[in-house]
Design a binder for this molecule. Structure first.
Ligand SMILES: Cc1ncc(COP(=O)(O)O)c(C=O)c1O
Length: 396
């Protein structure tokens, strides 16, 4: 990668500011080491404790911990009863797992294009893609902005579909005052290090349906009805595998970290929103860049912050702007290559260019800028300074 600043002079930063980063403090470290000194490293008491704390934070009745966000989506799609031949509506601007989870269960993801302003799934386009085989909609709260859940709920109810939220970006956000995690029938979260809170790897599914929660707890434990600790407590060796399941368990070490991280969520979301506001204000005065649209009935969790480039007004490509920003020490990224353009989907499902024109056009213009709670004011100013410098150099 070219690390020379655009003018061959001094870059805005010497080090590379990442686009996202975890924040681990002494309380987190102590929480994990306490578990290391305890009897239960996995299937222990911290799992239920984390699940309860998480359910309380998002306002759901049940939370089921699993070992990553992809497993959370797979478990949710299993709970939704998706089986071979079923179709599930998915937006294309997302991480691959949002669609892969449908394929894991033998279903077919049906890509529905996004709203050109927010890049969230466009409810107006969903209806046209519903067939007798459609069983669920996956709403991806892209970047941390909740989807239009009223519109999606109305469509789901009318057609008897399960509404699943891929809320991996949106922990801490809300829609019309209702918290993410309580908006869909099943909501999936990720605790990867760049996400709103982290457990290293980790995930959670929330629901108000106790039966679905029970099905998911069995699924994450090989399809077996009791776990090791329950058998220990009952003094029994007997277990039965009732369904095909997986080992998707989250360890007690990770759950203890999750409990500790969760305490900091409100403060962290606030900080992300402050940074986004500062970016919005700054970019309003810089030509050729525009933030994504935000609906006024949501509280955006800002897992990611993207700008769109006005490419006809620039002398260079998005790739050149990207590498120029990296050369200035800004660890930019791109979220996401539309899922239906990946070779796997083209080969398996015959998808390709032209299927979702709004998403495909938006993808060409997107750049993700750094945003994470630990960024200092100077870091934020560096990002703004670098964007301004690069745009100034390349605008027509
Ligand atoms: C929208 C979305 N869904 C699902 C996932 C999968 O989460 P994990 O990486 O924890 O498996 C991610 C993570 O990158 C994501 O961004």
């Amino acid at each position: 990668m070219d690390r020379l600043a655009i003018d061959g002079g001094k870059p805005v930063r010497k080090d590379l500011l990442p686009y996202g980063h975890q924040w681990i403090d002494e309380a987190d470290i102590q929480a994990v080491t306490e578990v290391l000194r305890s009897d239960w490293l996995t299937t222990g008491p911290k799992v239920g404790e984390f699940e309860q704390a998480f359910a309380d934070v998002v306002g759901a009745k049940e939370a089921v911990a699993v070992n990553n966000g992809t497993a959370a989506l797979h478990t949710a799609i299993y709970a939704a009863g998706i089986k071979p031949g079923d179709e599930v509506i998915v937006p294309p601007i997302t991480f691959d797992s949002s669609a892969n989870c449908v394929v894991f269960q033998g279903g077919t993801p049906v890509f529905v294009d996004v709203d050109p302003d927010t890049l969230l799934i466009d409810p107006a386009r969903v209806e046209a893609k519903i067939t007798p085989r459609t069983k669920a909609i996956i709403a991806v709260d892209y970047a941390g902005q909740p989807c239009d859940y009223d519109a999606l709920r109305a469509i789901a109810n009318q057609h008897g579909l399960t509404l699943v939220a891929d809320a991996c970006h949106a922990l801490g956000g809300s829609y019309k005052g209702q918290r993410v995690g309580s908006l869909a029938d099943l909501s999936a979260f990720s605790f990867h290090p760049v996400k709103p809170i982290t457990t290293g790897e980790g995930g959670m599914i929330t629901t108000d349906d106790a039966k679905l929660a029970q099905r998911m707890r069995i699924f994450r434990n090989h399809g077996i009805t009791t776990d090791h600790r329950q058998r220990e407590q009952q003094g029994s060796w007997f277990y039965e595998m009732v369904n095909l399941g997986y080992n998707y368990r989250l360890t007690d070490l990770q759950c203890a970290l999750g409990i500790s991280q969760l305490r900091k969520l409100p403060e962290w979301v606030k900080r992300r929103q402050e940074i986004a506001k500062r970016y919005d204000e700054a970019f309003a005065a810089i030509p050729c860049v525009e933030p994504l649209g935000v609906r006024d009935d949501v509280s955006h969790a800002y897992h990611l912050y993207m700008i769109r480039l006005d490419l006809p007004q620039l002398e260079v490509t998005r790739a050149k702007v990207f590498s120029a920003l990296r050369a200035e020490g800004i660890g930019v990224n791109v979220h996401y290559i539309p899922v239906h353009l990946h070779p796997f989907y083209r080969k398996r499902f015959g998808t390709g260019p032209g299927l979702c024109p709004v998403a495909e056009a938006a993808y060409e213009e997107l750049i993700t800028l750094p945003i994470f709670p630990r960024m200092s004011h100077d870091d934020v100013d560096d990002v703004i300074g670098a964007v301004s410098k690069v745009i100034e150099a390349y605008k027509r």
